[in-house]
Ligand binder design. Structure first.
Ligand code: SF4
Length: 504
């Protein structure tokens, strides 16, 4: 009968293996590059001031090890601190990156949530490396935002009045729950399970009541652009209710400005705001500062730069701002669809009406007079109203080119109303932009927007799995967003890094 060898492992015996951690990082891989870049190109001394253990206390985990571990974890789709901790215990590459340090999840969570400013510096160091590899063109930039939910409860969102009502509901629920329990108790219907369930439910309700009433005591109403009250959130009041492709979410918008050449992110910031357009100045200043620091001031000044953004950024202020930053902006009008009638024909615009300064009235393309009807404030912008006579419009042959209405011409009850706002005035930035976007050159340029910015968000959300921010508070969420943008930029460096390594 044949006899075969048996190993000790088959008998359930453990065995020691010699592992060289360094050799686990294989050349030409992301982790190999990450290890080398963090060791040689990134200045982590910025974290030193946070540690006060020079004389007493235990030695801390080096920030380089933490950075490598978190970036590696994010690049593999692990976004929570516990998942990254799990990785550091079970994954040999994560062990090699940290030098087999035991990094607890609380250390990871604390590092991510308390170093938002430091991550901005790391972001610039990585950007400088991207520039060394020739990945930044400094010619065309595009901006957009990724709308993601955060660690905030959607059910605890509302205006002051709504939250007060919600508090009342919780209090009534707690009272009814208690009464039901007392009834069952007096009828002798309580068993261990019911008692346990009651305690858990009562605890949960008291927590909600405490949290909401504490919040209401110190709550300051948030105001929207038109001075109206906007909803606050009890769990994270810096987050906002945002409309996203999957409906309304309570969270943040992660904004990014990307360079066209290799879709490198040149600036990134997360905002708890539903309107991304109002943050353009911050994003442009950050982009200018970062590009000047990494590519050089003369490159920024010398290059003719195009800036692409979607209609969320269209406003007189934003277009003026782009001009001041020396950018050739291409931003379509948010009201563009309203400029087309029911039959898809382009409607007359303000410039098709003749203004009579002496009489302060307009003359329409059919030669009829539109009289001044008053002024108002629309979305923070002063507007003037002029109106044509309904009798003229009912019989006008140019009606379909002038009025966007589903009603029959003969049944309309008001004449054409002309709204003249700052953005419609002759010489305004908005008007110039509309004219620009009627030309083939700018239509084609705007068509490039998707290629410049969307791959960035596809990579971060789909490939890296960022489908929600796991933290609370703008600063912490911003730290997480910066780290994901660093992961994206590092991923873009791999090809260039390998070429340099192989040719060395
Ligand atoms: S619809 Fe009214 S405002 Fe417009 S062109 Fe005709 S008459 Fe003038």
């Amino acid at each position: 009968m044949a006899r075969y060898r048996q190993t000790e492992a088959e008998n359930g015996q453990g065995m020691f293996l010699m592992v060289s951690l360094k050799e686990q990082l294989l050349p030409e891989t992301f982790e190999y590059m990450l290890d080398e870049i963090i060791n040689t190109k990134i200045d982590t001394s910025i974290f030193d001031k946070k540690y006060k253990n020079d004389k007493t206390g235990a030695s801390a985990i080096p920030p380089k090890a933490l950075l490598k571990l978190i970036i590696y974890g994010y690049s593999k789709g692990h976004k929570s601190s516990r998942e990254i901790w799990e990785l550091s215990r079970n994954n040999i590459i994560a062990k090699a990156l940290t030098g087999d340090m035991n990094v607890h999840w609380t250390t990871i969570a604390d590092f991510i949530s308390s170093n938002s400013d430091e991550f901005k510096e790391i972001f610039v160091d990585v950007l400088a490396y991207c520039n060394d590899l020739g990945l930044i063109g400094v010619e065309t930039f595009a901006i957009d935002g990724l709308r993601l939910p955060s660690n905030a409860s959607m059910s605890l969102t509302g205006t002051k009045e709504q939250l007060e009502k919600r508090l009342g509901v919780y209090q009534r629920m707690a009272q009814k729950h208690l009464e039901r329990h007392q009834r069952k108790d007096s009828n002798g219907e309580l068993d261990k399970n019911t008692e346990k369930h009651f305690m858990e439910r009562q605890k949960k309700l008291s927590r909600q009541i405490d949290k909401t009433s504490k919040f209401l005591k110190t709550m300051k109403k948030k105001e929207g652009g038109r001075g109206q009250e906007i909803k606050s959130n009890v769990t994270d009041n810096e987050s906002a209710m945002i409309h996203s492709p999957s409906g309304y979410i309570q969270g943040y918008i992660g904004l990014a400005v990307s360079d066209r050449k290799e879709q490198i992110i040149v600036s990134a910031e997360a905002f708890g705001s539903a309107n991304e357009g109002v943050h353009l100045h911050e994003m442009l200043s950050q982009s200018e500062k970062n590009v000047k620091k990494t590519s050089g001031e003369e490159v920024w000044e010398k290059n003719k730069k195009t800036f692409l953004a979607d209609k969320n950024y269209f406003s007189e202020e934003n277009l003026k701002m782009c001009d001041e930053f020396g950018l050739d902006a291409v931003i379509p009008d948010s009201q563009d669809k309203r400029r087309f009638g029911d039959n898809k024909e382009k409607l007359y615009e303000v410039e098709d009406f003749k203004y009579n300064k002496n009489e302060d009235h307009y003359e329409c393309p059919w030669g009829k007079i539109l009289l001044y009807k008053g002024e108002d404030d629309l979305d923070g912008c002063e507007v003037k109203y002029y109106r044509a006579s309904v009798k003229d419009c009912r019989i006008c042959p140019l009606y379909s080119k002038c009025i966007r209405s589903k009603k029959d011409q003969c049944t309309i009850d008001k004449g054409k109303s002309l709204v003249v706002r700052k953005s419609n005035e002759h010489g305004s930035y908005c008007l110039r932009m509309r004219k620009k976007l009627e030309t083939e050159k700018y239509k084609e340029l705007y068509g490039q927007r998707i290629q410049v910015i969307e791959p960035v968000f596809a990579n971060i959300s789909y490939c890296k799995g960022l489908n929600r921010f796991t933290l609370r508070g703008k600063e912490k969420v911003n730290g997480q967003w910066q780290l994901y943008c660093i992961v994206h930029n590092l991923g873009k460096c791999l090809k260039g890094f390998n070429i340099i390594k192989n040719s060395a």
